[in-house]
Design a protein around this ligand. Sequence first.
Ligand SMILES: [Fe+2]
Length: 298
Amino acid sequence: MFEEAQLYSPVTTADDGSVTVHLGDDHPGVNDEAYRARRNDIARAALTWQPGTPLPRIDYSDVENEVWRTVREHIDPLHEKYACRAYNDAVAALDLPKDRVPQLDEVTAGLQPLTGFSYVPAAGIVPLEEFYGSLEDGIFHSTQYLRHHAVPLYTPEPDLIHEVIGHGNLLADPQVAEVNRLAGAAARRMETKAGLQMVADVFWFTVEFGVLHEDGELKAYGAGILSSYGEIEEFRHMEIRPIDFAAMSTIDYDITHYQPVLFAAKSFAQMVDVVGAFFAGCDDDTPARLGVKDAVTN
Ligand SMILES: [Fe+2]
């Protein structure tokens, strides 16, 4: 049982209004005062933003733009090789800048005519109900900070590169966008913790870490794989199983390492059909039917 939310660095607001992002001891930026101050500033911008007002624009530095450029330089060629066709088509349709960090309002402007999705700022962790639930309305909560520049191809937490290169591009595909909306609607239907956790678990193994067969090869459609320079080179070596919602809901292991088990759809179309149908049809009784322990009491 896990969700991506567990990976975010905690953010706190003191009585005087100052915002602090608490990086873990092994975070690459933990000893860099300038990076920590930057993280605090970006988190404060997200926390003070009010829905209905213009999205906060971050004045990204040369160093931050260089991180974005470096990641794209390394990962774009891998997408040609390892990403499913729908993802590569969506990247072309959204056409985000390669040489600088895009603003959330630019991502929104690109997504709106394609699938109607909007990006809104998140300082860090967003409560599960809110994060998933708002997907039904076509709203994606996105962080705006970047990973530390010392290790541009690695991040211990979801950063803007994950949210935009992974999720943002995927959300430019109408069918993937619909799967996300259905996941959001499923999360909102759940009245039990077990039900919400099941949605989070299936989301993890599909929208985040899904793979599929295409043209006789295994390709990735999960945002977590597509935004990770390390993971995209490794996923074909993992244990690959057919889509199995019961297994997705009951497997338990360390989310901070590469996923050792991945679930493959037979095709992109099958993924849309099967995963979409699961989210459309699941309810609070589904965890018990899938054999989730504690499903009745939670
Ligand atoms: Fe994600």
